[in-house]
Design a protein around this ligand. Structure first.
Ligand code: NAD
Length: 686
């Protein structure tokens, strides 16, 4: 880490160089305080530019200091020192000014930025509030309403928007240092603006805070940080600067030690580690310059859209001309939807479509780097597709299947270059869902596997390596979720009670609502395959609903009834009668919401430990990423494995033993017991 001071006439340029992202380490905080003192003492300096080397302005806190007790100099004091400097400081922003980085910029008298810069306070995403005046200075600079949006949402804004808000004073086109020095020349020697800390807050209209609180609470659900951040902004708008800073700091320190912040930190680090698995260190991926998708249905269209979003030219192959047309229309409707929701401009959608070629001619794939198959879930159909691909594609082209439940090994049998084959399991809708399970066969070459991970980076997805088994990681655990949900029904809980309990736990939807939305036939198909393999899947009620063609919303009824054209689930007498028949003779009991959540989530953990033991998943954190990014498990709980550790593995074992004694779950596995004895998964869960 270096902080250098250069002179350009009466302007001093302080340059921070702390690769990779100029994070606010203790050493940097110290160096900034020293720079203020040195420049205050230098009579020849009339203004100061604060700039950063490398790809970004100060991008935020130092992740190595996360979760550790804060050490002096504390950031609020650093920002106060810059604000109190006798010479005006100008923050020159490129890349990102996030969290503490933006708070440092708020200490400066002026802020200038390049057009591509982004500014924000993302602390709530780590379960925190800004801790160095973000919630106090921001409303004094840009007004309460804009400050609330930035602080409680945690999403950064671009330079142009920041200028409209009054967060940035000037946009510098061209060379940032030259532009910032010219800006400093202009303001040097003139009266400095009033420090932000000394400004008054613009008054709000009556009812403003109540309305904002309602909307923040609705979005945050059970996440604590957004409401605490709002409380800090609100407090800052009604009190003097020093009291507001004390309130913010107390909130920050309180949340720092919270379970939610620990869970969100865990997910943050898991996400950072996911794209670079240690087992692929030193392995180079193959180039990804073009892609093709075979099958333009639900998944194929979503995958094609994701590939176009990442800028790759895409060929979409279907069975015949009519199917090609349908496939292209499916992709178009995805982009049209994004335009309608204001996510992309109409021109962008047109440009995305222009890079998509539909055809039934495999000959177009002769020079394609990556082909992803997303045809019907049928082994013979898939094998025929790969046979053709083997004939036409380049020898080093990567060929991937998006199968959900078939064995990729079996799909790849007989193909010319099995070392270039792997499973790439996307989640629906594929252009939205962040998870990508990457499934090598025993013949997949390391560089092919590395290409799967580099594809995930390109598509901005979270890659998780999964081994071959029925359903890979995510859907295998989902099977347990469904079976547990039915066990609850047969012992006294209702579908609405189970769904409500899981929503209260933090999932966007309960298991029965989710099945009604996706269709009960998907799981029925999977159970049929399992029975053919000699297994005995547990779904007595679901089997009867399928036999009655109650397949969910699409047939007007499933676990719930639906009024024609409506999606609101209504408890069904017919389903209640079936449950009563299937439950006859079984012991019935009352279920609290917490007991229901335990009876569903903890058996998921038990299965996950088996999955780890078999090597189907490599790390407990991978399981957490799968459930968070593929199935809506609440991020603030850190995923099922982190949640179980936070609950205490000994307690998890005890709950599973009680459930097992009542015949309501499998007993805890050996791996889970060992992990409980070892005090955590990292020690004993493998
Ligand atoms: P779908 O029925 O919507 O689409 C399949 C498409 O493949 C159809 O458009 C069909 O015309 C086309 N097709 C069939 N045979 C073909 C051939 N020989 N050549 C070219 N095109 C052909 O199915 P889907 O839901 O998109 O599923 C596709 C694959 O993705 C399946 O393997 C499925 O298990 C898997 N998958 C589905 C989901 C999901 O939620 N739907 C999630 C992950 C994975």
């Amino acid at each position: 880490m270096t902080v250098t001071i250069a002179r350009e006439g009466r302007i001093a340029v302080v340059t921070v160089d702390n690769p990779p992202v100029n994070a606010l380490s203790k050493a940097l905080r110290q160096a900034l305080v020293e720079a203020v003192a040195a420049l205050d003492a230098d009579a020849a300096v009339e203004a100061v530019v604060l700039a950063c080397a490398g790809r970004t302005f100060i991008a935020g806190a130092d992740v190595n200091e996360f979760g550790r007790p804060p050490e002096p100099p504390h950031l609020p004091d650093v920002v106060a020192a810059i604000e109190a400097a006798q010479k005006p400081w100008v923050a020159a922003i490129h890349g990102s000014a996030l969290g503490g980085g933006l708070e440092v910029a708020l200490g400066c008298a002026w802020r200038v930025a390049v057009p591509s810069a982004s500014l924000g306070l993302p602390e709530v995403k780590l379960g925190l509030v800004p801790g160095a005046g973000g919630t106090v200075r921001l409303p004094r600079l840009i007004g309460p309403a804009a400050a609330v949006d930035l602080v409680t949402g945690g999403n950064p804004v671009g330079a142009k928007k920041a200028q409209e808000l009054g967060l940035v004073d000037a946009i510098i086109d061209g060379d940032l240092s030259a532009g910032a020095v010219a800006f400093a020349e202009e303001i040097a020697g003139k009266p400095a603006p009033q420090p932000i800390s000394a400004r008054d807050v613009v008054p709000v209209e009556a009812g403003f805070w109540e309305a904002v609180e309602k909307s923040v609470a609705a979005k945050a659900k059970r996440e604590a940080a957004p409401l605490r951040a709002l409380a800090s902004v609100r407090n800052a708008c009604g009190t003097d600067f020093a009291s507001a800073m004390a309130f913010e700091r107390a909130t920050f320190l309180d949340l720092r030690g919270s379970e939610q912040a620990a869970a969100l930190r865990h997910v943050f680090f898991a996400e950072r580690a996911a794209p670079r698995p240690p087992e692929l260190a030193g392995v180079s991926p193959l180039p990804l310059r073009s892609a093709a998708v075979v099958g333009g249905g639900t998944m194929g269209a979503g995958i094609a859209a994701a590939l176009r979003d990442a800028g790759l030219p895409v060929v979409l192959i279907e069975r015949d001309a009519a199917a090609v047309e349908r496939g292209i229309a499916n992709v178009r409707s995805i982009f049209d939807g994004s335009v309608k929701r204001g996510r992309i401009a109409a021109e962008t959608a047109a440009e995305r479509m222009a890079g998509l070629t539909g055809s039934d001619d495999y000959g177009l794939l002769a020079d394609t780097d990556l082909v992803i198959e997303a045809v019907f879930e049928d082994l013979a159909v898939k094998r025929a597709v790969f046979e053709k691909l083997s004939e036409v594609c380049r020898a080093d082209a990567v060929l991937a299947t998006n199968t959900s439940y078939l064995d990729p090994q079996a799909i790849s049998e007989g193909i010319a270059r099995p070392e270039r084959f792997l499973g790439l399991h996307f989640f629906s809708p594929a252009h939205v869902m962040k998870l990508l399970e990457i499934v090598p066969t025993d013949k997949t070459a390391p560089e092919t596997l590395a290409t799967g991970f580099s594809l995930a980076r390109l598509l901005k997805k979270i890659p998780v390596r999964a081994g071959i088994c029925d359903g890979f990681i995510g859907n295998r655990i989902l099977k347990v979720t469904r079976a547990q949900a039915e066990r609850l029904l047969l012992s006294g809980a209702t579908p609405s009670a189970v769904d409500a309990a899981l929503r209260a736990f933090g999932l966007p939807m309960g298991p029965f609502e989710a099945q009604d939305l996706g269709g009960l036939d998907i799981a029925a198909f999977q159970r049929k395959a399992a029975r053919e393999r000699g297994e005995t899947p547990f779904a007595p009620v679901a089997e009867r609903l399928c036999a009655l063609n109650r397949l969910g919303q699409k047939t007007g009824g499933g676990w719930y009834d639906y009024a024609p054209g409506e999606r609101t689930p209504r408890p069904s007498d017919a389903v209640a009668a079936i449950i009563a028949e299937e439950a006859a003779g079984r012991p019935q009991r009352d279920w609290s919401e917490a007991e229901i959540a335990d009876a569903i989530v903890l058996p998921m953990v038990n299965e996950a430990v088996r999955i780890l033991g078999e090597g189907v998943a490599l790390r407990p954190a991978d399981i957490d990423l799968v459930k968070i990014h593929g199935y809506g498990f609440p991020r603030w709980r850190g995923g099922p494995m982190h949640h179980a550790e936070a609950q205490g593995l000994a307690e998890v074992v005890a709950v599973l033993e009680r459930l097992a004694a009542e015949g309501l779950a499998d007993p805890p596995s050996g791996g889970l017991r060992r992990a409980a004895e070892a005090g955590g998964f990292s020690a004993g869960g493998r």
